[in-house]
Design a protein around this ligand. Sequence first.
Ligand code: SAH
Length: 249
Amino acid sequence: MIWFVGAGPGAKDLITVRGQERLQKADIVIYTGSLVNPALLEHAPAACRVYNSAEMTLEEVIAVMRQGDADGQEIVRLHTGDPCLYGAVREQMDALEALGIAYAVCPGVSSFCGAAASLRAEYTLPGLTQSVIITRAAGMTAVPERERLSALAQHGATMILFLSAGLLETVKSELLQGAYTETTPCALVYKATWEDEKIVRGTLGRLPEMAQEHGIRKTALVLVGEFLDGAYELSRLYAPDFSTEYRKA
Ligand code: SAH
């Protein structure tokens, strides 16, 4: 059996209870060495065989899973954050499907949730925005033309960019073509929830400089929008004059 487990954003104790239990029972762990905190491997038994997928091809990963499964071993494929975002997980699941190998997925805390916690922020604020756009600048992987940053930027919603810390000049110029301005608040969160986490706050006009000044080139999220310091409205749910199923006005 193969378990795809979300490792969480970094801190060792931000894996789910279920994910930790799967790790404790693992005979083989294949982890995303470029992003998963190696401290998480301490949850696995000492005898567990560990593979770093950063040094492997898809075929090699599947070969390890196939052999391990044939030997009746418990296998954990440990992905950073939650596997459902930029995890290259579908191609592994499809390969297992084709081989008739059983697998399941255990969710994790995505880095964008870890970053909100570190920023002590709420992405959806009444009166400001009720939407979050999760996207990336085009890099090694192309982004469909209809999802160009300049097009997504028309909404002025909270925007979270993965995999884009090395492309900030492009990010800035594309976002300025939309509803954001030079003074729109933004933040860079490097290694959210890790011990060496860095948070840099500023405005869109200075986004590339913010990264340069703090030596941030990768493993960071770019967060853009008024949620960072705009004036919002109080929620209706907790308003004294508002009745709900559970509370009378
Ligand atoms: N599945 C992961 C994302 C994998 S893509 C998740 O849910 O978080 C890898 C990108 O995620 C990195 O380039 C970076 O943009 C972001 N990332 C992953 N972990 C991070 C962390 N702890 N802090 C900030 N960004 C992180």
